[in-house]
Design a protein around this ligand. Structure first.
Ligand code: ZN
Ligand code: ZN
Length: 224
């Protein structure tokens, strides 16, 4: 039985969370810019039919797919979703080796075959992605993978597997590096306004104001 998707409203946006199946329980997010109806899908990890339904419920189509990083539990639904909405999928250039190795990843981690995205565009550096009526700022946060990023909207951000509610991403997979992740999280939290709501790749949301003291404590107690 599928639980109902959570939906938040922040400023001009609504954010629908579609939690994918066990064992990963990855959070896919459908972000709708209410004034224009544009919808950006973040990390469609699987179950493209449920994600497509969440997009369609909003009486619209998808504008673009954004990936925080290239692990299979975050992009496993792109191929099927792009069959419904023929839109580009974007990721950071440094993530290319991870995505290129997708087939072997999926076999080892998920014991299933996965098709790579039908259409994939890489960006480099920390661009500001321009949409009609709003911008999305990219913050480069390597460490969980070599090309991980966070996406900053007005009042909220998607932190992928870089930062969870009272947790950080693992660094023992290819491209992972502990000190790099620690530096990325410190820099990210300096960038965010305290009221920013943080949506991560797994688990519940929290805010930058909650994350900062936790991170000060965790990083000084050898947690990271
Ligand atoms: Zn990951
Ligand atoms: Zn993940």
């Amino acid at each position: 039985m599928l639980s109902k998707n959570d939906c938040d409203t922040i400023g001009d946006f609504s954010i629908t969370t579609v939690v994918n199946t066990p064992p990963w329980y990855e959070n896919c997010y459908v972000v709708r810019h209410r004034p224009t109806g544009q919808q950006v899908v973040i990390d469609p990890g699987g179950e493209a039919n449920r994600i497509a339904a969440a997009v369609s419920e909003n009486h619209g189509t998808a504008t673009e797919i954004l990936l925080t990083h290239g692990h299979p539990d975050h992009l496993g639904g792109v191929f099927d979703l792009q069959a419904v909405f023929a839109v580009p999928c974007r990721a950071h250039q440094e993530e290319q080796p991870i995505i290129a190795g997708l087939a072997s990843w999926a076999g080892a981690l998920m014991r299933q075959r996965l098709s790579p995205p039908r259409r994939l565009e890489y960006f480099s550096g920390e661009p500001t992605l321009k949409y009609d009526g709003f911008d999305v700022r990219v913050v480069f946060t390597p460490g969980h993978t070599s090309g991980g990023v966070c996406y900053l909207f007005d009042g909220f951000a998607f932190t992928g597997d870089t930062l969870f509610n009272q947790g950080i991403g693992r660094t023992d997979l290819p491209g992972g590096h502990g000190p790099t992740l620690t530096a990325s999280i410190g820099r990210l939290l300096e960038t965010l306004a305290p009221s920013t709501r943080l949506y991560s790749g797994h688990g519940p949301t929290w805010t930058a104001a909650e994350a900062r003291p936790w991170w000060d404590w965790a990083s000084s107690h050898g947690y990271a």
